[in-house]
Ligand binder design. Structure first.
Ligand code: NAI
Ligand code: MG
Length: 350
C-alpha cells in the first residue's frame, strides 16, 4: 500500500457512526487533492472487552507503532467501568507514543449558537500538556478506614516537559496571531507553578515576536466567558488545560463539533486524532450524532500529515454545512441526520 498509513479505531457507540462519516469526508478530499491513504481498522472497544477481557490485544501498542496517525471515535459503554476504557486504551496510547501535546481548537461558526449572548469571532487554541503535571501516578493512600486515613498525590513538572509544551505553544502562535496566554496559579501553588512560570518565561524570551501573558487560572476561566475573542493560543498544565478546553468548547456552542489532537510533535511516534465527545450511549445507533467533531479531527490529521490545503477545504465545507439548518444535526437545532450531513460535506468537496 503506497501513501501514509492510518490506524482507525471507531470504538463504541456513536464513535463508529462519526468515524464512518469522517472516513467518507477524507476519501472525498483525498480524491480532490490526489492524496492516498492506507487504512487499517481495529475493533478495539468496550464491545471487544466484553467479549475477550481486554480493550486491545497485548501487542496493541506495537501494532500501532508503525502507522503515521491514529483516528479514534470514542470508547466507553454502560457496564464497562470508564477507568477500564480509559486506562485500557486511550492513556496507554497517549503515553507510549509520547503524545505530550493535547490540542483543542475552538471557534465560532455561523449557525452554531453560543450560550453566551455576544460570542462572535472566537478563534483560539488550547494547548494542554498531556503526559505529566497533575495526572501522575506518584502518591498513595494510607490507613484506609481509620480516622487518620490520608492520601497524597504528587504533581510532576519537569524542565524538559514544560519547555517543550511552551515551545509548541509559542511556535503555534507564530503561525497565528502571535499571542500566548499561559495558565498559572503561582500565587497559591508555590512550588510547581512558579517553576512553570519561570520556564515559560525563559522559552518566551526566545520568541520576541510573540506577546505573552500569564494569567491565574481562576481569572482566566472568567475571561473565557467574558471575553473569549481576546485569546489566540492558551497553554496550560494537564489539569488546567483539561478544564479550560471543555469550558472553551462550551463557549463555542456544542460538544458535537469539538475536535482534538494528541500530538507527538517530534513525529517519532504516531499522533492520535479524536473528537472531544464520548460514545453517547443515549443517542447511539440512531443516525443522529453530529459528525463534525470527528470530521474536524480528521482535518487536523490531514494538516499534521502534511496536507494543509486539503485540511483547509474540509474546514470550509464544515463552515458551509453548519451555516445551513438543512445540513445541521438536531443538537444544533437542525433537521439533518448523520448520513445527510456527511453527504452534504462530501458534496462540498467533490
Ligand atoms: P458524551 O460526550 O458521550 O455525551 C454527552 C452528551 O452529549 C450526551 O447527551 C450526548 O448525546 C451528547 N453528544 C455527545 N456527542 C454528540 C454528538 N456528536 N452529536 C450529538 N450529541 C452528542 O459523554 P458521556 O455521556 O459523559 O460519556 C459516555 C461514554 O463515553 C462514557 O463511557 C465515557 O467514558 C465515554 N467517553 C469517552 C471519551 C473518549 O473516548 N475520548 C471522551 C468522553 C467520554
Ligand atoms: Mg476532559
Amino acid at each position: 500500500m503506497s501513501g501514509q498509513r492510518v490506524a482507525v479505531i471507531p470504538g463504541d457507540g456513536i464513535g463508529t457512526e462519526v468515524i464512518a462519516s469522517a472516513r467518507a469526508v477524507i476519501d472525498a478530499v483525498s480524491t480532490r487533492h490526489g492524496i492516498e491513504f492506507g487504512y487499517t481498522e481495529f475493533d478495539w472497544s468496550c464491545e471487544r472487552y466484553t467479549r475477550t477481557g481486554t480493550m486491545m490485544p497485548d501487542d496493541g501498542i506495537d501494532t500501532l507503532r508503525d502507522f503515521d496517525a491514529i483516528l479514534l471515535g470514542a470508547v466507553g459503554w454502560p457496564g464497562v467501568p470508564d477507568h477500564v476504557s480509559l486506562w485500557g486504551l486511550l492513556i496507554p496510547i497517549r503515553r507510549a507514543f509520547r503524545q505530550y501535546v493535547n490540542l483543542r481548537p475552538i471557534r465560532t461558526f455561523e449557525g452554531v449558537a453560543s450560550p453566551l449572548r455576544s460570542a462572535e469571532n472566537v478563534d483560539f487554541v488550547v494547548v494542554r500538556e498531556n503526559v505529566e503535571g497533575e495526572y501522575s501516578e506518584i502518591g498513595g493512600r494510607l490507613n484506609r478506614g481509620f480516622p487518620d486515613e490520608m492520601t497524597v498525590q504528587e504533581s510532576v513538572f519537569t524542565r524538559a516537559g514544560v519547555s517543550r509544551i511552551a515551545d509548541f505553544a509559542l511556535e503555534l502562535a507564530e503561525t497565528r496571531r502571535g499571542y500566548v496566554t499561559s495558565a498559572t496559579k503561582s500565587n497559591g501553588i508555590i512550588h510547581t507553578l512558579p517553576f512553570w512560570d519561570e520556564v515559560v518565561a525563559e522559552r518566551a524570551a526566545l520568541h520576541p515576536d510573540v506577546r505573552i501573558d500569564s494569567e491565574h487560572i481562576d481569572a482566566l476561566a472568567a475571561k473565557f466567558v467574558l471575553q473569549p475573542e481576546r485569546f489566540d493560543v492558551v497553554v496550560g498544565s494537564n489539569l488546567f488545560g483539561d478544564i479550560l478546553s471543555d469550558l472553551a468548547a462550551a463557549v463555542a456552542g456544542s460538544i458535537g463539533i469539538a475536535p482534538s489532537a494528541n500530538l507527538d510533535p517530534t513525529r517519532q511516534y504516531p499522533s492520535m486524532f479524536e473528537p472531544v465527545h464520548g460514545s453517547a450511549p443515549d443517542i447511539a445507533g440512531r443516525n443522529i450524532a453530529n459528525p463534525v467533531g470527528a470530521v474536524w479531527s480528521a482535518a487536523m490529521m490531514l494538516d499534521h500529515l502534511g496536507h494543509p490545503a486539503a485540511a483547509a477545504d474540509v474546514m470550509e465545507a464544515i463552515a458551509v454545512t453548519l451555516a445551513d439548518p438543512d445540513t445541521r444535526t438536531a443538537d444544533l437545532g437542525g433537521g439533518a441526520d448523520t448520513t445527510e450531513v456527511t453527504a452534504a460535506l462530501v458534496r462540498q468537496l467533490s
